[in-house]
Ligand binder design. Structure first.
Ligand SMILES: Nc1ncnc2c1ncn2[C@@H]1O[C@H](COP(=O)(O)OP(=O)(O)OP(=O)(O)O)[C@@H](O)[C@H]1O
Length: 206
């Protein structure tokens, strides 16, 4: 379970409280500038220096808000599918693979997740030559290869056209359910809300 408890980010967010169960996707909505991305930045341990925050972050019974980013167990996916364009698709994915997988098993693991995502044969591709939908899928694969215990999705669908958007959305939701990890989705689009999913509205600091 992922919990944000009594979070205050001064002059931006007042008293944010939520818990997300394993396999659940909680949707966060709110006007532009209400602090959705800043909330994610705080959760991953990268709050801009301009802000002061207090509150608790818990992931699977472990308090995480004082831990370094890499130890929090959170994966994050941004609106822009950020990939290193100097590296091939496969190298981008290898970078995310934990050091516990070694030797030839590293490449095999990456080939295997590419194939499972319908991207067999993309290992040596240059990310700059991919479509927006392909970049989005590879970005999610990269986030998942790091074996996060929870996933934060910051408008991951907004740069995709309508056809790609719904396909990618279903695929992302299926991945989260298969991994049985909690996820938080920021979106401006009500169509992105998973069927029956809970929604939290962030409001501006009063
Ligand atoms: N590094 C920073 N330093 C100072 N202020 C910042 C910084 N990053 C964001 N802000 C400000 O914090 C406020 C909240 O921004 P944030 O990006 O969290 O909003 P948002 O709800 O994600 O908006 P949108 O829906 O437009 O993406 C905005 O007023 C923004 O200008």
């Amino acid at each position: 379970m992922l919990t944000v408890k009594n979070l205050v980010i001064e002059t931006l967010l007042e008293q944010v409280n939520f818990s997300v169960q394993r396999g659940e996707i909680l949707t966060l909505m709110g006007p532009s500038g209400s602090g959705k991305s800043t909330l994610f930045a705080w959760m991953v341990g990268a709050l801009p220096a301009a802000f002061r925050a207090r509150g608790e972050l818990w992931l699977n019974e472990r308090r995480c808000d004082a831990l370094p980013t890499a130890q929090r167990g959170l994966g994050i996916l941004f609106q822009d599918a950020l990939l290193f364009d100097a590296f091939s698709v496969g190298q981008n994915l290898l970078l995310a693979l934990p050091a516990t997988t070694t030797g030839q098993a590293r490449r095999q693991k990456v080939e295997q997740v590419l194939a499972a995502a319908g991207l067999a044969g993309f290992f040596s591709s240059d990310p700059a030559t991919l479509s927006g939908g392909e970049r989005a899928r590879i970005s999610l694969l990269r986030a998942l290869l790091a074996q996060p215990q929870a996933l934060l999705l910051d408008e991951p669908f907004s740069r995709l056209d309508n056809v790609r958007r719904s396909g990618f959305r279903e695929w992302v939701f299926a991945q989260i359910q298969a991994l049985n990890i909690p996820a938080v989705l920021v979106t401006h689009n009500e169509e992105d809300i998973p069927p029956g999913g809970r929604v939290i509205q962030l409001s501006r600091w009063q």
